[in-house]
Design a protein around this ligand. Structure first.
Ligand code: PEP
Ligand code: MN
Length: 324
């Protein structure tokens, strides 16, 4: 048999024609290449009332994942830098109260790992934390090594905004090489003059590229891709359209900024969906997800009725075990 050329990122790579669906389970939540998790929440925690409002609302809709920015990497040193450690105990405790199993939270320095570890221990692990590595830190190799070395927390790695997809996947390989393979890869767009009038330019075809090349579940962040609340003539937000494009192409997670009062948000309020639109957002996602499942079903029919021998790498036995 001919040898396959080795992948530049062998630990996270999927072998050609491997039909298996990869992923992992963390704190009772499944992050897999064949399901969809919705992770809506505050870009940055500004006060505990908003944390409670968001978590209570998510619970009402049966959602168990959220995002809560606490350490914020900002372009300007004069911008709000996040509430930091001081708000952490309350954020974690409230998550436990409202049945939130996983909080996506960016950490910008490895020292915060110890902060999180100690606090989680002291509070009796009220929730789970998905460590986010932001687009700006994707080539902070010491941070990658430090976060890759730990095994308590899985990692949400955001694609670099100004590097190639391969370079971004090599950052994921750094995490795996250091020992942690519980990685979700997040597409959030790249900086480009061609993005106008959005904040970043996102290539949705990279969802299937990453799923084909690697074992990583793929997240889409439509909030940072679009970056504003413009709508089409029907009044549908471009952010909803970007979320839908992610879902129809098989994204496994959506990371979305919501806020009880976007006009008062201290970070990225211009892209935060008002929380009163959450029912609409969820229904919109459900509509698209049903269409995605139809597409999978149609492909299965194709395989089982006419080309049984076809090699496939995207269809698997429990593809319909979706969480949405
Ligand atoms: C964020 O999710 O709040 C964030 C800073 O994202 P990114 O790293 O993609 O800019
Ligand atoms: Mn942001």
């Amino acid at each position: 048999m001919k040898n396959q050329p080795q992948s530049p990122y062998p630990l996270i790579a999927r072998k050609p024609a491997d039909p298996q669906s990869y992923g992992f389970s963390y704190n009772s939540v499944e992050f897999r290449q064949n399901n969809l998790q919705i992770c809506a929440g505050l870009n940055a925690v500004d006060n505990i009332d908003n944390v409670i409002t968001v978590m209570r609302t998510l619970q009402q809709f049966g959602l168990t994942c959220t995002r809560m920015g606490v350490f914020k990497p900002r372009t300007s040193p004069y911008s709000f830098q996040g509430l930091g450690e001081q708000c952490l105990p309350q954020v974690l405790e409230q998550a436990g109260k409202f049945g939130i199993n996983v909080i996506a939270m960016e950490i910008t320095h490895e020292r915060y790992l110890d902060t999180l570890r100690e606090l989680m221990l002291r509070l009796g692990n009220p929730t789970g934390i998905l460590l986010q590595i932001g687009t700006r830190n994707i080539q902070n190799f010491e941070l990658l090594k430090a976060l890759g070395k730990q095994h308590e927390f899985p990692i949400l790695l955001k694609r670099g905004y100004g590097i190639t997809l391969e370079e971004s996947l090599l950052a994921a390989e750094y995490l795996a090489h250091a020992g942690n393979q519980q990685i979700i890869f997040c597409l959030r767009g790249v900086k480009s003059i061609f993005a106008e009038e959005h904040r970043n330019f996102i290539d949705f075809s990279q969802i299937s590229t990453v799923k084909r090349l690697t074992k990583l579940p793929v997240c889409v962040d439509p909030s940072h891709a679009v970056g504003n609340l413009v709508t089409d003539p029907q009044g549908i937000y471009d952010i909803f359209h970007a979320a839908a494009q992610g879902v129809i192409c098989g994204a496994n997670m959506l990371l979305i900024d919501i806020h009880p009062q976007p006009e008062l948000a201290l970070v990225d309020g211009q892209q935060a969906i008002n929380i009163n639109k959450l029912p609409w957002l969820l229904e919109d996602i459900q509509i698209t997800h049903a269409a995605y499942l139809q597409r999978i079903k149609r492909r299965r029919l194709e395989i089982f009725s006419c080309d049984q021998d076809t090699e496939i790498c995207s269809v698997n036995d429990n593809i319909c075990s979706s969480d949405v």
